[in-house]
Design a protein around this ligand. Structure first.
Ligand code: S3P
Length: 173
């Protein structure tokens, strides 16, 4: 039985790598944010706007506990999930955690293009976005680094890069 949790900052490639790796390993793929959106019939942004971040974190925790009962799954979590409650210890107890590590510079480049769905980033851009990511990642990394596997996911430009990352991860898992 395999249960894998992919963690990392927004824009680290958790969903992209997660889908590919799950398929390669014959596991079901669950994106925790999509799971929440389907369950609540609202986008993550709407939940943040209507109920606030604290309520979102409670929801995130409860669905994490739910999916941790499933077998032969690969779960991509939201970037904040490992940081709240005892979620990181919980994931380590229930499966194999993999941290996709990416530099601030690279995250800022990736997130500049797709920050609108991410309420935590509050439509920051340019240097302000980069400074926010640097500070936020500094606070979050001690949690991320509790992962069983810390994997450098800096180079992920092409389909082939994603394939190669998946191939390497599969061997480690
Ligand atoms: C968040 C990351 C998002 C989503 C929510 C909060 C965070 O997921 O859960 O917007 O606090 O880092 P992704 O990491 O998939 O963007």
């Amino acid at each position: 039985m395999k249960r894998i949790f992919l963690i990392g900052y927004m824009g680290a490639g958790k969903t992209t790598v997660g889908k590919n790796l799950a398929e390669r390993m014959g596991l079901s793929f669950i994106d925790l944010d999509c799971y929440i959106e389907n369950r609540y019939h609202k986008t993550v942004r709407q939940i943040f706007d209507e109920k606030g971040e604290e309520a979102f974190r409670e929801i995130e925790r409860s669905v994490l506990q739910e999916v941790a009962l499933f077998e032969n799954v690969l779960v991509s979590t939201g970037g904040g999930a490992p940081v709240y409650f005892d979620n990181m210890e919980f994931m380590n107890a229930k499966g194999t955690t993999v941290y996709l590590q990416v530099s601030v510079e690279e995250l800022a480049n990736r997130l500049e293009l797709c920050k609108h769905t991410r309420p935590v980033l509050k439509d920051r851009c340019g240097e302000e976005l980069k400074a926010f990511i640097a500070e936020n990642l500094y606070k979050r990394e001690p949690f991320y680094k509790k992962a069983a596997i810390v994997f450098n996911a800096e180079n992920m430009l092409t389909e082939t890069d994603v394939e190669n990352i998946s191939k390497t991860l599969e061997k480690l898992l």
